[in-house]
Design a protein around this ligand. Structure first.
Ligand SMILES: Nc1ncnc2c1ncn2[C@@H]1O[C@H](COP(=O)(O)OP(=O)(O)OP(=O)(O)O)[C@@H](O)[C@H]1O
Ligand SMILES: [Mg+2]
Length: 283
């Protein structure tokens, strides 16, 4: 889709870190587990990040793929991670989710070090991962797929409440609840995958390639769904090859190029940066 030229590194554009989130109204559920209400208050104390990644290095066998990636995500933010094929976006998300072990670097979530923890320990901390290609169970119904997202929750009533909340957030899933996942359109399946990710009631939702294989009209719908998720109080990191679309809904963004962050800042600044426009937006 976006096969950006891999030339010299892009200069870092104005770093708007920590700005965009401050003017966001605290709609819906607040991040109740967050110990740092100052994050949304705009006071003088520096806000604490929900997720902090520092100097992350990852390899497949001996081949380095991430070369020291750092990023911060504040509570309540929607952060876009964009870049061309093979930049390392999925590797980054998989590592945060505990599906890969980093060679070097640190990952901190809600103030605690989680780098190197396996996925089954990371998920209960409040990080949920929606993988590239959705990975629904095709022969199970929408409801069953959603219930699997809450497999670690022993409280049946809580699971029912979450199911109801998901069907409120994505009305199409209510209509399709008893249909098998494979009978739904790509966009509906993506909504189901997002909802399944939310069924564990995460504080942070990692979404890999929301737009993959979807028609433009459907891309718009799933992007709107992600905005709704964020408005309902969940912090989101969205990995996308559709750079413009992702930055248009994000507070901040990072541009990953061949395993390195080459630009970061407020999403609107990235959208306006000539280097980003040339390399990723074809302008
Ligand atoms: N399982 C694997 N074994 C070996 N190399 C891999 C593996 N998975 C990914 N890679 C390589 O690591 C690099 C980064 O891949 P990654 O999937 O993280 O990129 P990406 O930015 O998500 O790309 P895309 O936009 O195509 O999804 C690529 O060069 C890829 O070929
Ligand atoms: Mg990928």
């Amino acid at each position: 889709m976006v096969d950006a030229p891999v030339g010299g590194p892009l200069p870092t554009v104005a770093n708007g870190a920590g700005q965009a989130v401050l003017d966001r109204p605290g709609a819906g559920r607040t991040d109740a587990a967050s110990p740092r209400p100052g994050a949304a208050g705009g006071g003088s104390a520096p806000a604490a990040a929900l997720l902090e990644v520092e100097g992350l290095v990852c390899r497949y066998d001996q081949i380095p793929v991430l070369h020291g990636v750092s990023l911060r995500v504040m509570p309540g933010e929607l952060v876009a991670m964009v870049g061309a094929n093979g930049a390392g976006k999925s590797t980054l998300l998989r590592t945060i989710a505990g599906l890969m072990t980093p060679v070097a670097g640190t990952i901190r979530f809600a103030g605690e070090s989680i780098g190197g923890e396996p996925a089954h320990r990371v998920l209960p901390r409040g990080i949920s991962y929606v993988p590239e290609g959705r990975r629904l169970f095709p022969k199970l119904t929408v409801r069953e797929n959603l219930e699997l997202g809450a497999y670690a929750c022993p409280d049946r009533q809580a699971v029912e409440q979450r199911l109801a909340a998901m069907m409120e957030l994505f009305p199409i899933l209510r209509e399709r609840a008893d249909q098998t996942a494979e009978t739904m359109s790509g966009g509906e399946q993506q909504m189901c995958a997002i909802a399944r990710g939310l069924m564990s009631a995460p504080r942070l939702l990692l979404i890999d390639e929301l737009s993959l294989g979807l028609m433009p009209a459907m891309v718009e719908k799933v992007l709107a769904a992600v905005v709704a998720v964020r408005q309902a109080g969940t912090t989101v990191v969205l990995v996308e090859q559709m750079v413009q679309e992702a930055l248009e809904i994000a507070d901040r963004g990072y541009v990953l190029q061949v395993g390195r962050v080459v630009a970061e800042g407020a999403a609107r600044d990235l959208l306006a940066a000539p280097e980003v426009r040339r390399a990723y937006l074809g302008l």
